[in-house]
Write a protein that binds this ligand. Sequence first.
Ligand SMILES: NC(=O)c1ccc[n+]([C@@H]2O[C@H](COP(=O)([O-])OP(=O)(O)OC[C@H]3O[C@@H](n4cnc5c(N)ncnc54)[C@H](OP(=O)(O)O)[C@@H]3O)[C@@H](O)[C@H]2O)c1
Length: 343
Amino acid sequence: MSFIDEIQSVAGTCKSVNILLWCVFGFGVLKLTTLILRTLAMLFDLFILPSVNYAKYGAGKGNYCVVTGASDGIGKEYARQMAQRGFNLVLISRTLSKLESIKTQFEGQYKIKVEVLAMDVAADDSSNYEQIKQLCQNLPITVLINNVGQSHSIPVPFLETQEDELRNIITINNTATLLITQIIAPIIRDTVKDKKSSRGLILTMGSFGGLIPTPLLATYSGSKAFLQNWSTALAGELSGDKIDVELVLSYLVTSAMSKIRKTSMMIPNPKQFVASTLKSVGRRCGSQERYATVTPFWSHAIYEFVIDETFGVYSKIVNTINHSFHKSIRIRALKKAARKAKK
Ligand SMILES: NC(=O)c1ccc[n+]([C@@H]2O[C@H](COP(=O)([O-])OP(=O)(O)OC[C@H]3O[C@@H](n4cnc5c(N)ncnc54)[C@H](OP(=O)(O)O)[C@@H]3O)[C@@H](O)[C@H]2O)c1
């Protein structure tokens, strides 16, 4: 090879290295720009944009909001805050006495109408769905909040999960949610068509248990992950009918289900959680990468955002940390049960 050939070959290599460096630089700039834009979008959603106006969902015009699992915890708070916005309510839950006392309280306090239906949706009885249809078919319903849900009584290895617990979780979280939506969504569509409201809304309670695969809560985790895909698919199907469909993601909230009573920066009470949800409907907050999904509470949102932007929800490291977290909860729960049994 002559000296000239050698120089040309080195120059060729340098050119390729240059192009490669420019590509890496361009990719880095693109990644950084999208990260900055996503961070800004999250901060705007969480802290700057004003609350959603529920006039578009027919608030204050005699329209109804259906809430499942409405007699306690997050569901009761959804009912209260929708009543404050001027919606009449249909409340569905297990315990009639709790529902009746909420009806008396809310009708007096918020001057709205409240219908109640007590049923155990774990029974998966077709007569339950017939009752819901009978009660709701002639009401101007514009909002459905699919809140009812059940988790494991304590974290448990999948292979040791009792059959009735497994069946109840799937029946309550999935079958009941789907069948109730099949009854209520057409009623919302007709109410919107009749121009009693310009849009309809279907919210479904997801969970970080479904966002992040959760060892020792495997069945609950799977049931909530199911709701993510179902709800997002439904959002596509119903957008043409002017119905907004959204999955609501939450980390822990104080309630009977979570068995946590003390609030903290990461754990709001139902009032704080629901206020953040209803303020943010239609926005993504911490779920910047997910269509028709919102993670509304600020610390949950930042937590999800950081996981999404670093290891990812399906990574081994996140799975391992989650596993040891739930192992320690199981150990404490078993010790508590043993102490109770001794007494
Ligand atoms: N709390 C959390 O940390 C958390 C976190 C993420 C997601 N979530 C989700 O948020 C939703 C509400 O949870 P929560 O913590 O508010 O629960 P909760 O305090 O235990 O309240 C559950 C509500 O559902 C009703 N319910 C339960 N089983 C039922 C059944 N078989 N048939 C009819 N109604 C039934 C209960 O009725 P009774 O009062 O009559 O029993 C109660 O009104 C669930 O979907 C849950 O998965 C909760």
